[in-house]
Design a protein around this ligand. Sequence first.
Ligand SMILES: Nc1ncnc2c1ncn2[C@@H]1O[C@H](COP(=O)(O)OP(=O)(O)OP(=O)(O)O)[C@@H](O)[C@H]1O
Ligand SMILES: [Mg+2]
Length: 505
Amino acid sequence: MRGKGSCVSQEILRAEGLRKTFPGVVALDGVDLSLRTGEVHVLLGENGAGKSTLIKILSGAYHPDGGRVLMDSRQVHIRSAGDAQRLGIATIYQEFNLVPQLTVAENLALGRPPRRFGFVDVRRMEQQAGRLLERVGVDVDPRTPTARLGIARMQMVEIAKALALDARVLIMDEPTAVLTTSEVARLFAIVRQLRDEGVAVVFITHHLEEIAEIGGRVTVLRDGRSVAEVPANTRRDELVGLMVGRPIDQQYPRRPAERGEPLLEVRGLTRRGVFDDVSFEVRAGEVVGMAGLVGAGRTEVARALFGADRYDAGQVFVRGRPLPPGDVHAAMEAGLGLVPEDRKAQGLVLGADVAENLGLVTMRDATRAGFVDRPGLRRTAAKVAEQLGIRMTGLSQEVRTLSGGNQQKVVIGKWLAANANVLILDEPTRGVDVGAKVEIYQLVNALTAAGDAVLMISSDLPEVLGMSDRILVMARGRLVGELPAAEATQDAVMALATTETSHVR
Ligand SMILES: Nc1ncnc2c1ncn2[C@@H]1O[C@H](COP(=O)(O)OP(=O)(O)OP(=O)(O)O)[C@@H](O)[C@H]1O
Ligand SMILES: [Mg+2]
């Protein structure tokens, strides 16, 4: 009985007193959740509060140690992903679930590709994929190998995959974390349409401004407990209070520091077809923001200047000394650090523990020097973990089992531990809760106060505006403008970011 207007809102799913423990940690300690047809229900909570654990129980990935789940007022046992699917529950996980080796069409058909005479009907599979991709408004050839998509387009494919299941309950774990403004708008349009068709949508986000825009009710989790259920128009500071347990008075606490020598200079950096003639500098004490649309070339410039990718022309200087191109080790030795946007693929060793990950950069130096000072590494790791408020059972917890936001803190911590003087942060607060964001900003302040330089790439415009001393704007592989913080507004940045320039060749 889908279709606009045909659904009187009624409870479709109910979780009561859910409990889940992992070795050393109680992830859920009595969680209730009530979902109605035709509502968008937001799950809110700090990093590690238990949001992902809750939805993994609803999607059959985890089994609860206590409590129960009812659907249509009857108790159900969701023992596997297959069970969830049969019950009409589809989930978009925080960690991507696409198989990188397969094409987009194969990922979208996963498990049940159309067949003809017993063989997979590739043409039909690609046509079906094409229709799904069109529905989410993403311009991708279904034959593209998934590994080649950027992180934002991968997310749109994940969403298309969940739509294919035609679910009654659709769960989205931080779907907007990796999307840009226009993609978020597109996603919201899809979510509203599903809601109006009677689907119950569970929506996890750390972007509080999204709640009023999309949400109906909000369930707040704190330390594994559901502490409140409130309407989406609840005041922001009230939501923060429920979530964090204390008020946060300043969202962007930038304290300008004294500007010193240029620490990083980029001159005429060019990679054919990707970016062209990019020049800028970052001085000691400065936070330079880099804004632009997805595909503008910001990440590519960052990776190239760090030596992770090649470039065709131009030069990079750190403290006035030229860096050899394509040499990450030389860059790190010179004091450069890069916190990448794709933490899973580039930032972490998931199977190693927190201490090892925090020591990754330093360890290399230590090993080179001929010995590894393990107790020293652990002491540094402990200090950094404390500074960043990393929520863990201890330094020996596997990074794989940390919550998403806490993994992000480990990636940043790795470079703090390494004492980089020029830190390039690519989307540093993606997936990080409001309280922890402020902690990261305060660290940025502490770094610049100590004379370090920070280049901050971010698609979160309020963040770039709130935390930068100057803002560089890129469009289509070119640096199209620079704005001092005092003159920068969202409109001014967007006007530059959408500048009509021919794409670099
Ligand atoms: N497989 C696991 N093994 C051990 N501990 C785990 C496992 N999965 C989750 N945890 C722990 O359970 C707690 C809740 O984690 P969860 O991922 O549910 O948080 P979250 O609310 O989704 O946070 P975030 O906003 O950072 O994504 C955390 O302390 C986490 O370390
Ligand atoms: Mg999570």
